[in-house]
Design a protein around this ligand. Structure first.
Ligand code: SF4
Ligand code: SF4
Length: 239
């Protein structure tokens, strides 16, 4: 049998296997939803605020801590845990109440992306995540499909592509550019730009495209990426 992965050991590829099953009879049930750092992507916010039924500005204010990273000015948006219990605001004794729209990081757990594309690492040990002691073999690729991560991966790739070609990860960036990037998280603010006639003219966006974006958050996010990409291209040279 193929050797199975242990926390802190070598990396997994999509064809690797690991032992895992998560269910409510385990003593750790919901413990992974407590006192945990969950960094959100723009698409996570689209999905979460749809179920929470709030706008992006309100969602960000109520459920996240967000800031521009020192030096790089890249936006960081972290899900806030309850300050007293340290539990995620979306968990109850029955499990995740936003399960169908849970963030990318929650879908991946107990795996996470590794710095090497196409490889994954285990971020919890068997002491914390008892599901890793279950004798159910999981193929990494099949498991990620079951978790529905593909849309999250695709939207994240689109978000990464807004950065100018000259940009090098970790390089210092002007805060103004960080604020432009943050529009992808706060689509309410981006929406305000759409009503400006100059926006339509300058970005060659027609009414049908705007209508589609106003009716569909995924289309709105794609349009925001397009706007941010053009802004970054233009401003990266001067800021
Ligand atoms: S969003 Fe759901 S899965 Fe993620 S930490 Fe909160 S309750 Fe847990
Ligand atoms: S710690 Fe692991 S097994 Fe336990 S509830 Fe979380 S994901 Fe499931």
């Amino acid at each position: 049998m193929q050797p199975l992965f242990e926390a802190g050991e070598n990396l997994l590829s999509e064809s690797s296997s690991f032992h895992f099953a998560c269910h409510d009879a385990l003593p750790c049930f919901t413990q992974c939803c407590r006192d945990v750092n969950i960094y959100l992507t723009p698409y996570d916010i689209v999905r979460l605020r749809r179920v929470v039924k709030t706008g992006s500005t309100e969602f960000l204010a109520r459920h996240t801590q967000s800031f521009l990273a020192k030096g790089t000015s890249i936006p960081v948006v972290q899900l806030l845990m309850d300050p007293k219990s340290l539990y995620c605001p979306f968990v109850t004794a029955d499990g995740c109440q936003v399960y169908e729209n849970r963030p990318w990081a929650c879908r991946m757990f107990p795996l996470d992306l590794s710095p090497t594309p196409g490889q994954y690492r285990l971020i919890a040990g068997k002491d914390r995540c008892k599901g890793l002691l279950e004798r159910r073999d999981k193929n990494v690729g099949d498991w990620m499909n079951e978790q529905g991560v593909s849309d999250y991966v695709a939207f994240d790739a689109e978000f990464q592509s807004v950065m100018p070609k000259r940009f090098r990860p970790g390089a210092p960036m002007n805060e103004g550019l960080g604020r432009v990037l943050f529009l992808a998280y706060d689509l309410d603010r981006f929406k305000e730009l759409l009503s400006d006639a100059r926006f339509k003219r300058f970005y060659e966006v027609d009414d049908a495209m705007i209508e589609r974006a106003l009716e569909n958050d995924e289309e709105l996010l794609r349009l925001a990426f397009r706007y941010i990409r053009e802004q970054m291209d233009e401003l990266y040279q001067v800021l």
